[in-house]
Design a protein around this ligand. Structure first.
Ligand code: SAM
Ligand code: SF4
Length: 350
């Protein structure tokens, strides 16, 4: 009797979830948020070793055969578009280390219904590829740059690649990728003294410099936690030095933008930790190994493979996409220990 009741409950719950999946208004989650943005990690590999992104003891990459093939990603994006995805961002790991990226962007750009393709990159390989990527259909780029000083760049990223990154930024501007946004993870005692120099870049160049709070993800947590600094403090420091007026920049992200009067670029603040923007979250993430991740800071994932390790057919991808949307939590809590991410950022796709 007890057994039957437990089973009935289980069947009831499954039927309810099935019903919810069926009822789901296209691309709305349980909290009414419209999900129209997909971040796609195409590789977990990277040519840098940023201290906030990778664990100090070194990295272990997924075997090549478990990384989604381009044609599988295209199949997944097609289903996403049917469910309301309008914009995609290509990320990693470092997306430009993967062969065939220009052809892949071209294929994405040919998908009807996709309104915007952007990329997040460290730009060290961008100089030789920017023109081809732009021609293929890439619209804009976010580039990670945490220091303008060569020694410090090497200290943070583990590689002596500042010159290559700067060349990549120049190429992005030259070929007309627009906007070009620079992502700066601000770390106390490591690069917070460079904020004035980074702000000054916006006076002369049409660059959008975004300061980002360090997020405690994965095994980087313990080693970097002392580096966290709230952007409220940074905003106060910049405000004490120069006038800032509110501004806007194209994109769907959570940054709050300002500019120095007469500057060509803007300054953005992204505060995932001190001021969560979960109520406006419009995204899902696809990991390089084929998992849909509803929330950056939560370990819930929906595997798009079947029991035999093949990516599902379109009907099942559709069902799993809806499931992932329904599983999106209302908000995150980065500092709640039991949800410390099992993956580091390079394994998720920031
Ligand atoms: N390799 C590319 C790059 O660095 O731009 C794309 C992938 S990287 C994981 C995406 C973004 O995540 C970068 O802007 C990086 O600064 C940011 N990121 C990585 N780990 C982070 C952390 N713990 N806290 C805040 N931002 C982080
Ligand atoms: Fe590589 Fe980007 Fe992570 Fe730096 S932040 S290690 S460039 S994936």
């Amino acid at each position: 009797m007890k057994y039957r009741k437990a089973n009935e409950n289980k069947t009831g719950r499954a039927a309810k979830l099935k019903g919810e999946v069926k009822k789901l208004a296209v691309s709305r989650d349980k909290f009414g948020r419209k999900i129209e943005y997909l971040r796609i990690s195409i590789t977990d590999r990277c040519n840098l070793r940023c201290r906030y992104c990778m664990p100090p003891e070194g990295v272990e990459y997924k075997p090549h055969e478990s990384i989604l093939r381009y044609e599988e990603i295209i199949r997944i994006v097609r289903v996403g578009i049917e469910l309301g995805i309008k914009r995609v961002r290509i990320t990693g790991g470092e997306p430009l280390v993967r062969q065939g990226i220009v052809g892949f962007i071209k294929e994405l750009a040919g998908l009807e219904g996709l309104e915007d393709i952007s990329m997040t990159t460290n730009a060290t390989l961008l100089a030789g590829k920017a023109a081809g990527l732009k021609r293929a259909g890439l619209r804009r780029v976010n580039i990670s740059l945490d220091s303008l000083r060569r020694d410090r760049y090497r200290e943070i990223t583990g590689r002596d690649s500042l010159d290559q990154a700067l060349a990549g930024i120049k190429s992005a501007l030259r070929v007309g990728l627009s906007p070009v946004k620079l992502n700066v993870v601000v770390m106390r005692g490591i690069n917070d003294d460079e904020i004035p120099d980074l702000v000054d870049l916006t006076l002369d160049y049409p660059l959008h410099v975004r300061f980002i709070e360090y997020m405690p993800l994965g095994r980087t947590v313990q080693s970097q936690l002392n580096s966290y600094i709230s952007l409220e403090e940074i905003k106060r420091r910049i405000g004490g030095r120069m006038e800032l007026i509110p501004s806007k920049v194209k994109g769907s992200g959570p940054a709050e933008y300002f500019k120095v009067p007469a500057a060509r670029g803007t300054i953005g603040f992204i505060t995932p930790v001190s001021h969560s923007f979960c109520t406006r979250c419009n995204r899902l993430r696809l990991t390089a190994d084929g998992r849909l991740r509803p929330c950056l800071a939560d370990n819930i994932e929906v595997d798009l493979h079947d029991g035999e390790g093949r990516v599902e057919d379109s009907e099942d991808i559709r069902r799993k996409f809806k499931e992932a949307i329904l599983l999106k939590p209302g908000s995150h809590n980065f500092f709640q220990e039991d949800i410390f991410s099992e993956r580091n950022m390079f394994q998720i796709g920031g």
